[in-house]
Design a binder for this molecule. Structure first.
Ligand SMILES: NC(=O)c1ccc[n+]([C@@H]2O[C@H](COP(=O)([O-])OP(=O)(O)OC[C@H]3O[C@@H](n4cnc5c(N)ncnc54)[C@H](OP(=O)(O)O)[C@@H]3O)[C@@H](O)[C@H]2O)c1
Length: 326
């Protein structure tokens, strides 16, 4: 039984992490550490039977705990994850892994040295629709893949949300663009950045939307769009020479949602079920698998490093941000 503790009474911990635990038989959570006790942390503790302590160090240093879940604002990820590794704990880290590639390099090097896992929770990769979609695509005999388009955007959240605060690691590239970049990394071999643009809201001083184009080694293109002050979109489209496949809930499909895709090919148009899944539970189960699989763990850490480097490349290619259109 793996004992995992939580740092921070985050919404995602309450809404997704804790409910997912009942679907992962070898993991349990009995401890929550918070900066200060609050109504939210007390309610969470009551609902899930957690023991709450004040100060994150109280849990980082707790010898009963094997792993830590870190659903913190991005600017705190590196320091908290390093402290967890130093204390000998595996780290289940919310996305984005770190603020930049340099932090990721130091963190993952430390994890390798200590034989510990760092996992970034891009849970969509573990939802069954992700592999099913790729099977459906191959079955369509689509011919050469020419273009992938993907977007992940959501409407503006409250002004106090960390996503709009620069010093907490806010910004749409890290919060929403990371999903789209991670999808590109999984679907294309060695993607290269052709162009990128990001747009800043002067009220917050962070990028609120952006777009990029990548190319794969076989000449395929990937066009990404992301934003956190937009109409909701969560799409992936695969365009081949002879077929098209589209989905509309690729990154955030909740456990009760049956994911679907629509294909167009010479056979006509067809709607296909991609199934329902608890992607959070699958991501947690993968985290546990990595604990006892050093070769897989190394490969996993290398992919995380590449993901963070790709975000750095996108930021650099934006060549300074443009003001957003309001
Ligand atoms: N994988 C996914 O699908 C997914 C979805 C949503 C969010 N996320 C990620 O999960 C993380 C948390 O997101 P969330 O929306 O759940 O955030 P949230 O509700 O705002 O919670 C963030 C937590 O961070 C702690 N914190 C520590 N220092 C803080 C500071 N200076 N300001 C604000 N909070 C601070 C707080 O815990 P205490 O005060 O209780 O200690 C707070 O509860 C982020 O990295 C986000 O990108 C992932």
């Amino acid at each position: 039984m793996i004992e995992i503790g939580i740092l921070g009474a985050a919404s995602i911990a309450k809404n997704r992490f804790l409910p997912a635990l009942e679907h992962v038989p070898n993991v349990r959570c009995r401890h929550l550490a918070v900066r200060e006790e609050s109504e939210r942390s007390l309610a969470m503790a009551k609902e899930f039977g957690l023991h709450v302590t004040t100060g994150y160090e109280s849990l980082i240093d707790n010898p009963e705990v094997d792993a830590l879940y870190l659903p913190l604002p991005p600017a705190l990820h590196f320091e908290a994850a390093m402290a967890a590794l130093e204390a000998g704990k595996h780290v289940f880290l919310e996305k984005p892994l770190t603020l930049n590639g340099e932090e990721a390099r130091i963190l993952l090097k430390r994890a390798q040295k200590k034989n510990l896992v760092v996992h970034e929770n891009y849970m969509f990769l573990y939802h069954r629709q992700w592999t099913k979609l790729q099977q459906v695509w191959q079955d369509l005999a689509p011919g050469p893949l020419r273009l992938i388009r993907s977007s992940f955007c959501f409407p503006k959240r409250g002004p106090n949300d960390f996503r709009y605060q620069k010093d907490l690691g806010g910004g749409a590239l890290l919060d929403a663009g990371g999903y789209v970049a991670r999808a590109a990394l999984d679907l294309l071999e060695d993607p290269k950045v052709l162009s990128a643009e990001s747009f800043v809201d002067p009220q917050y001083g962070v990028d609120t939307y952006g777009t990029f184009t990548l190319s794969g080694t076989k000449g395929e293109l990937f066009q990404g769009f992301y934003g956190m002050d937009n109409a909701y979109q969560c799409t992936l489209e695969l365009h081949g020479a002879r077929a098209l496949l589209t989905t509309d809930r690729i990154y955030t499909s909740p456990p009760e949602h049956e994911a679907r895709a629509v294909s167009s090919s010479p056979k006509g148009q067809e709607e296909v079920s991609l199934g329902a899944d608890n992607a959070f539970a699958q991501s947690l189960a993968h985290f546990c698998t990595l604990m006892d699989a050093p070769a897989l763990r190394l490969k996993h850490h290398q992919t995380l490093l590449r993901q963070q480097a790709l975000l750095d490349e996108l930021r650099a290619a934006s060549k300074g941000n443009k003001p957003c259109r309001k």
